[in-house]
Structure formats: structure tokens, C-alpha cells
Design a protein around this ligand. Sequence first.
Ligand code: NAD
Length: 551
Amino acid sequence: MSTPRTVRAARGTTLSAKGWQQEAALRMFHNNLDPEVAEHPDELVVYGGTGKAARDWRSFDRITASLRDLEGDETLLVQSGRPVGIMRTHEWAPRVLIANSNLVGDWANWPEFRRLEAQGLTMYGQMTAGSWIYIGTQGILQGTYETFAAVAAKRFGGTLAGTVTLTAGLGGMGGAQPLAVTMNDGVAIVVECDSSRIDRRIEHRYLDVRADGLDHALELAAAARDARRPLSIGVLGNAAEVFPELLSRGAPVDIVTDQTSAHDPLAYLPAGVAFEDWRALAAAGPEEFTKRARASMAAHVEAMVGFMDAGAEVFDYGNSIRDEARSGGFTRAFDFPGFVPAYIRPLFCEGRGPFRWAALSGDPADIARTDRAVLDLFPENEHLARWIRMAGERVAFQGLPARICWLGQGERAAAGQRFNELVAAGEVSAPLAIGRDHLDTGSVASPYRETEGMKDGSDAIADWPLLNALVNTSSGASWVSIHHGGGVGMGRSLHAGQVSVADGTDLAAAKLERVLTNDPAMGVIRHVDAGYEEADRVARAHGIRVPMREG
Ligand code: NAD
């Protein structure tokens, strides 16, 4: 039956695969396509424009059947969302190896990708869509919370209370923005052209209210800001029109960013195009549509630079809109920085990044138990404790219950051990899948985002994510993936993912200890190599060996 249907991961402790490692991959694969989790599940699209979990429904069925049939010493190979082989390996090897959207350098562009995709030869895997560890909008929420906290620390005395943030895009990732701003006590106005996305974020409690129009949005924002009351406001409109309009009105905005799907010009609605005509127009003339989208992004970014000139804190939120705006003819597009060099790099130097886990039981009580374990493990980390408590109160689970928090070198391995003990002792009711975003310290080369402005100029060196995938494969991860084009689009990034399953066995404990030590250590050595002193200090403190620093 190779037609669209509703998918939901199995819950509980009854296995339909031959072991928990395979069952975990199966449940997380299915979970990515749960309608509560995926943005467009009928098309197998999970998030991030067209980021998919499987190439087509026939591939979905064959991946499902293969995972059910897979032995504990076999490995399933997935090529851009299609299962292409099952090989005999060994029990320390990953149960699944995935390569998504990879193209040879000179061919690594959207037109060539789309040509191949139309022939059914490839798919876009984004980051965690094609590597089966997307956990809904919460996945990005904590990173967004950290970023806005860093903005608050840098410019506004440690809080966003009394400030207004203007942004756009309420999709799978962008939908985290309003809640991240209000968690930092600020006011957010979020422009979105798809009315159903506004409703969805309100339903999931990521967005507080919908304004009746721009005047109403500004009134609500001013009242909340003056009362230093957190509030997030969704407003229906096209950012390429609304941002310039707000600038020309002199709207009092303190922080500006954007999370429309700008990485793919066909996923950005140009000004003057009706929402209802979007898909048909993009399909009928992709080149003409790309030109119009880029011209609109130029207007959108020009307004962002205008806000910067007027004194606002402005940053690119990892969707490549600056490069698209430059292609659209706006020469000052790179006047404002990307969020990684501006706020996140110091965390990467400590091997810190988006650690996440999902309860394969489906029972929210299991996540509550792991939340308590994290609070007990790191009692001195108040920032982390504030996040875990707020997430427990305010985050609505989508699909399998899951949690994310940023942990650094040493901390991830400690959490992995503790989680495996909880499974072994029956304190949680089933195993836990432990993974991360590809937007991490040592797993991505992306010159407009994670590796923008590296100290030694090594932004485009892509050996690091490949080494990362190899080291996780060698260390005992349960599934490992190598992708191209995630976040910022074709030709602009290479990145790797890993997921490791805590099933309570001694073998899992040994694997987790190695993977969760070596995976963040890749980030530490990558930053040591680029000349970051903080990373050097972390490497020494954790006994991470760097041959070029020895002897
Ligand atoms: P998505 O496709 O789910 O959502 C994008 C939203 O933008 C859609 O709801 C769409 O209707 C809206 N939109 C498109 N054009 C618009 C316009 N002109 N005006 C107003 N709204 C418009 O994508 P997503 O998963 O939310 O990701 C958003 C972007 O962020 C992508 O480019 C993605 O690659 C990038 N991203 C950033 C990070 C990060 O850490 N900062 C992480 C992952 C992805």
C-alpha cells in the first residue's frame, strides 16, 4: 500500500522488531511522520521547507519492513530516504547508516537537486527529518531560548522584559521563536503568511494571540512592553511587505530576525503572490519564482538592515536569507551577523550543543523522571534548571514525549549513563533514544551558519562532519547519518547526525559512554584546531587528546 496514510509510532514495551535498537529506529522514523510532529505528513515532509523522512511511500514501507526484520548484527543502508541494502556487520555497528541529499560539489545546487528529485533519485533530508530524530518544535525551542537569552545578556541587561522582537515564520522551527522570546520575558511580533501555521502554534501553546492586523499587533505589543509583560503576537502577512512597512512607520522594535524558509527560494512566498497560488506558481516556473522570491528577500533584508541602522539588534537566524537577498540585488545583506558567531560559538567551544532524548514508551512520566535525573546530575547549573522546569510546565509534547537541553563535554556522557541506569532499574518504562540536532558543535560545516567567521578562516572545510560521522559509527551509535544542504540549502552545508539507544544493557552503557564522549569531543577538537583558547582549556580539562598540541 504505497499511498499516504496516518503514521504514529508504536508505544509501550511490545516489540515489532527483533531488538530495542531496531525498534527505536522504527519508532523514531514513524514518530517523525506523526501528524502531531510532521508539518506535511502526507508528503512525508517533516519540517524545514521540504525536509523528508523517506523518499516516497514505497520506500517508507520497505524501511519499515526492513527495520522489523533486521538482526542485531545487521545494518540497513538508506540512500536519500530509500532503503538500498542490508549488510552483515556486528553488534557494535550502527543498525542504520543514512546518507541524504549528497551531491558532488559542482552539481550541488537547487536546480540540479530538483532535476534529480523529480526523477525520484534523491530527497531533501534537512537535518533531523531524514535522520529520524526530529521531536517537533521543542527541538529548536531550547536553542532559540539560549539565543534570545544571549541577546538579552549582550544588549538588555539579562532580560527581554520591556523589549519588542520582530521576526517572521511560524513553521516547524520558526514556531519556537514566540515561546523562546516570552520565556525570556519579552514581547514578540511574528509575521506569517500561512494562516493555518498561526492557528497551529496557538494550539500548541507556542504563540499567545493572533492580531487582527498590523495596527492591532502594534497596540498589543506596546501595551505588553510598557507593562514589562511577556506576550507573543502572530500577524498574518508577507514579511517582505510587513517589515518595510513597520520600518517606514518607525515602529519601536528592539530586536529583529527571521525564520521563513529562505534557504529554499521556492519555499519563500514572494511579495504580491497570493498564498493560494504559491505552490502552483513555483511548480510552473521555478526559475522565475526564484527571481521573485530573491527580490522579495532583498526588500525583507533591506528593512532588517534599516532596523539595524536605527539601533536594533539584528541577526540572521540560520536560514541563509542574507545570501538570497544578496542574489536578489541587495548589497548590504551581510551587514548583520549570523547568530552562531554572534552568540553560540563560545558554547560550541565547550562541546555544548542540543542534546535530546525521546521516551520510546510514549509515557510522559518517563520524561518527567529523566527531567528529575538531569536536575539531580547538574544541581549547580541554574540556567539549565530554569529551562528544565519551564519546559516541564510549558512545552506541549508532539508525538513521543521528548526533552532537549544543551549539554557540554562530560555532561552528555554522564546523562547517557544515568538514563541507561534508569532503564535498567525499571524507573522508566521503556528504553530512551538519545540524539541531537546536526546543528551541533562538531558535526556541521556551514559557512553561513554554524561555521561562519571561524577564527582561522576554515568556514567551508567539510572534513569535520565526515569525521564526526565516522567516529560515531566507530564508537557504537545506533544510527548515523551524513547529509548535505540542511538548514541553509544546497551547496551550503554538510552535516552529520547520530542517535544512540539507552536500552538498559551493559553493552548500551559501554556504547553510550564512547559516543557521548567522542561526539561532543569532535566539536572541542574542531575549535582547538581553529585556534579557540576556550576549546583548548576544555580539551585539557577533559583529557581530550589533540596530537598537534602534544610534543
Ligand atoms: P517551515 O517551512 O516549516 O516554515 C517556514 C514558514 O515561513 C512557513 O510557515 C511559511 O508559510 C513561512 N513563510 C514563507 N515565506 C514567507 C513570507 N514571505 N512571509 C511570511 N512568512 C513566510 O520551516 P522551519 O522548519 O520553520 O525552518 C525555517 C527556516 O529556519 C529554514 O530556512 C530552516 O532551514 C532554518 N532553520 C534554522 C535553524 C536554526 O537553528 N536557526 C534550525 C533549523 C532550520
